[in-house]
Ligand binder design. Structure first.
Ligand SMILES: [Zn+2]
Length: 96
């Protein structure tokens, strides 16, 4: 590995500038940049290894699915559906 130091300027993808810009290393981990700061807009972020982020954040998507499954679990859907119908039918009969 190259001998990187805090403050060294390296290329990385900046989400604010939406392009590769010069970044100063602000945090090192295992001799690799952990956090960098864009020299153009001064936005600080995790080092991305010069990669543009995917349009959808897989972590957010996974979290969203997890939240969805707790709100409406797939197994519970079949059970839930007939119930309101029965309840409505009963309500109509009572109303009539
Ligand atoms: Zn920037």
């Amino acid at each position: 590995m190259s001998d990187l130091r805090l403050g060294d300027v390296i290329d990385d993808y900046c989400v604010k500038c939406r392009r590769l810009t010069n970044h100063a290393i602000v945090s090192l981990m295992n001799h690799e940049p952990a956090k960098v700061r864009c020299r153009t807009c001064y936005h600080e972020h995790d080092y991305r290894h010069e990669e543009a982020p995917p349009k959808k954040d897989p972590r957010k998507e996974a979290l969203f699915k997890e939240v969805l499954s707790t709100i409406a679990p797939g197994a519970g859907e079949e059970e839930k559906q007939p119930e309101p119908k029965k309840a409505k039918a009963r309500a109509k009969k009572i109303a009539n």
